[in-house]
Design a protein around this ligand. Structure first.
Ligand code: NDP
Length: 311
């Protein structure tokens, strides 16, 4: 049987992917959207967030999962076909492109890459072994389990401040471990963390090793990067908040990526180095990384696909 060719395949189901779906479906492109399966977090990073207070149109705030349900419902309302599978292989050498997913292979006249980004890990000894046994990258997902316990947060950016502040709702004490003596976080977030009596800072330090009894972590060895001094601190939790890496393994060697692995797009557009392949959201944005900017670029990508297919 001849394989049908999709006009548009969208890979990814965060704000960028679903917004591209809304616009492309309304433009009669009948998009097929691969939403991903765990560990790709269908719905994207907002699925592991609680309250979203800065998405316009929600003056009272909305939870991340609720917001993504609404995105999905709106994309489906206009006919986006959402498939709960991950794209596992792509061939972008010639059009139509080939996209292989968990249980099917499709041909596509155009593709929008919206695979987002994932949390990075510190690589400390013991970190991997104690993941989900104290070590986490998501305070809002796991913070609840640390009621009246001591936890560490690694990082000096907005995420670290946000996670630390959130964790004070549950934990007894939160210690932020940062590799320098100045925070990268915005002033408002820094002030909030510094004013919180439950938050302490360990400067110029990194986590060298996560220790525990084999079942759960109970302490960590922190190394001062200036004088090499090592101290062991008791902590039942370690939250790593040191940034994200784009989910572009699938596209390496197939389209141009920058030095950090983000998809390169022509400035002001979502065009990638391969005509007919567009990229939207965090996968091509190391700078803003907001739900609303991701949604905006998803809209842009759909409009660009429409124009590309017309010509
Ligand atoms: P950032 O890249 O801003 O910060 C990462 C932090 O981790 C830095 O302080 C960095 O140190 C540190 N770091 C990086 N690698 C390591 C390592 N291997 N070991 C130890 N420390 C390390 O990432 P964020 O996730 O914090 O923020 C990303 C973007 O999202 C930012 O633009 C931020 O403003 C935005 N954001 C906004 C929020 C909001 O407005 N509500 C909430 C969360 C994020 P160093 O400073 O030395 O480089």
């Amino acid at each position: 049987m001849a394989q049908s060719t999709e006009k548009l395949v969208i890979i990814g189901s965060g704000p960028a992917g679903y917004t591209a779906g809304i616009y492309a479906a309304r433009a009669a492109l009948n998009p097929l959207l691969f939403a991903g399966t765990i560990p790709f977090t269908p719905g994207g990073q907002l699925m592991i967030t609680t309250e979203v207070e800065n998405f316009p149109g929600f003056p009272k705030g909305v939870t991340g999962p609720e917001l993504m349900e609404l995105f999905k419902a709106q994309a489906e309302r206009f006919g986006t076909r959402v498939v709960e599978e991950s794209a596992i292989e792509v061939d972008l050498k010639s059009r139509p492109f080939r996209v292989k997913a968990d249980s099917q292979e499709v041909l596509a006249e155009s593709i929008i890459i919206a695979t987002g980004a994932s949390a990075m890990w510190s690589g400390a000894k013991g970190e991997e072994a104690y993941k989900n046994r104290g070590v986490s990258a998501c305070a809002t997902c796991d913070g609840f389990f640390f009621k009246n316990l001591d936890v560490l947060v690694v990082g000096g950016g907005d995420t670290a401040m946000e996670e630390a502040t959130y964790l004070t709702k549950h934990a007894r004490k939160v210690t932020i471990v940062h590799r320098r003596d100045a925070l990268r976080a915005s002033k408002i977030m820094q002030d909030k963390a510094k004013k919180n009596p439950k938050i302490a800072f360990v400067w110029n330090s990194v986590v060298e090793e996560v220790l525990g009894d084999g079942k759960k972590m109970n302490s960590a060895r922190l190394k001062n990067v200036l004088n090499g001094e090592v101290q062991q601190v008791e902590a039942q939790g370690l939250f790593v908040a040191i940034g994200h890496k784009p989910n572009t393994e699938l596209f390496a060697g197939k389209i141009d990526l920058d030095a950090k692995g983000y998809v390169k797009t022509t400035p002001g557009t979502t065009r990638t180095s391969v005509p007919g392949v567009f990229a939207a959201g965090d996968v091509q944005d190391p700078l803003y990384r907001q739900a609303v900017t991701a949604a905006g670029s998803g809209c842009q990508a759909a409009i660009e696909v429409e124009r590309f297919l017309e010509h």
